[in-house]
Design a protein around this ligand. Structure first.
Ligand code: AKG
Length: 361
């Protein structure tokens, strides 16, 4: 599902795959000037739906492009839908700058904290305080465990269940120990953070929610936000119950391959998906990978709901824009202007975060 996955020959030929390839980040081949900064290949973005523009046009002139509908229900924002995709809702600029900053901070500091799992669990076991360690320039060191250590773990170290454990050290101490141990800078681990899971934990190997895994409830403030945002897509008289969330972290060149979210028991409930940081392209396909997907921009603060029939549609993220001109994060730059916020700004300038929240049962 993630960018590193190799698609088979059949997948290469589908309409969805073709579209992913069209928008994916490729670099110009420029062997003569290999010292020059790599230049992204030009991509034709003329067919990408732009709901920011659509919303401005609608507010000024009441006009809508063919196939787009205005939905007026539930919350005090413009909501748009697509004639050919019942159950799909796009709420441009749904989240205030304050809300965006809050959830970016949470996504980097609290959400990847154990018992929430991340993509790093499988190699390193649970990692505490990754963002703080990266900010302080620390290095993760793998140490052999002695028999005494095996009886009781010391503070701040994590065990991956065998005779090794990983621990953050100041860089100079890490380098001196590192002659006999494996080292990974915390900043590298942060860059390679691809997902964390909140609430009921998703087991990616079995592709199911593993209720036996230790977990904390989704924070109340996030539940309240999800309930508010899902109102337009909820069956009448019912309330959304947020039980699980996936936080996706994207760096330059990262993609999320076309997939279905089909592991939840009740598809009548929407999935609410919130975007933070750099602008991205989202592809919304049909029930088959053969259906040609629609491409649309997702910006920081946009919210997408996938309910009803749209829950059965392939979707993915083939591109994020991390260059200054296209990332469109200027409003966040002024919001994160305190010295204390520098680390969040440094991260989000070249990254995108997506939080998507689900009712599972
Ligand atoms: O990043 C996004 O906007 C989409 C995320 C998504 O589709 C998923 O996690 O299932």
């Amino acid at each position: 599902m993630y960018g590193s996955e190799r698609a088979g020959d059949d997948a290469e030929r589908t309409a969805f795959r073709k579209s992913e390839k069209k928008y994916k980040l490729y670099y110009e081949n420029n062997p003569k000037s290999s010292k020059k900064k790599k230049q992204p290949k030009h991509v034709d973005l003329s067919e990408v739906l732009d709901f920011k523009f659509i919303s401005e046009l609608y507010n000024q002139k009441g006009e809508l492009p063919p196939g787009v509908v205005h939905v007026n229900r539930g919350i005090d924002r413009s909501i748009f839908g697509l004639e050919n995709h019942p159950g799909f809702y796009f709420i441009p600029g749904a989240l205030t700058l304050d809300e965006q900053c809050k959830w970016i901070r949470e996504s980097l500091t609290n959400f990847p904290q154990p018992p929430n799992r991340t993509n790093h669990n499988v190699i390193y076991g649970p990692i505490s305080n990754l963002f703080a360690a990266a900010k302080e320039g620390k290095v993760f060191v793998e140490e052999e465990r002695s028999n005494n250590d095996l009886d009781s773990d010391s503070n701040g170290s994590v065990s991956n269940g065998d005779s090794h454990r990983w621990k953050f050290y100041e860089e100079d101490i890490a380098r001196s120990r590192g002659k006999t141990c494996k080292l990974v800078p915390a900043s590298v681990l942060l860059r390679k953070l691809r997902w964390s899971t909140l609430g009921l934990q998703f087991n990616w190997s079995n592709r199911n929610y593993d209720v036996s895994l230790p977990h904390k409830k989704i924070p109340d403030a996030l539940c309240q936000l999800a309930k508010r945002m899902t109102a337009p897509a909820m069956p009448v008289g019912e309330e959304f119950l947020p039980e699980a969330a996936i936080v996706n972290y994207f760096g330059s060149g990262d993609t999320l391959g076309g997939h279905l979210d089909d592991m939840e028991a009740d598809w009548s409930k929407p999935i609410v998906s919130m975007s933070f940081g750099c602008k991205a392209i989202f592809l919304l396909g049909g029930k088959s990978r053969e259906d040609e997907p629609l491409a649309m921009f997702l910006r920081s603060g946009d919210v997408v709901l996938m309910a009803g029939e749209a829950r059965e549609c392939f979707h993915g993220v083939p591109r994020i824009f991390t260059d200054e001109e296209n990332a469109e994060i200027t409003p966040l730059e002024s919001e994160f202007s305190d010295e204390d916020d520098r680390c969040f700004l440094d991260y989000i300038r070249t990254s995108r975060i997506n939080i998507n929240i689900r009712q599972v049962f």
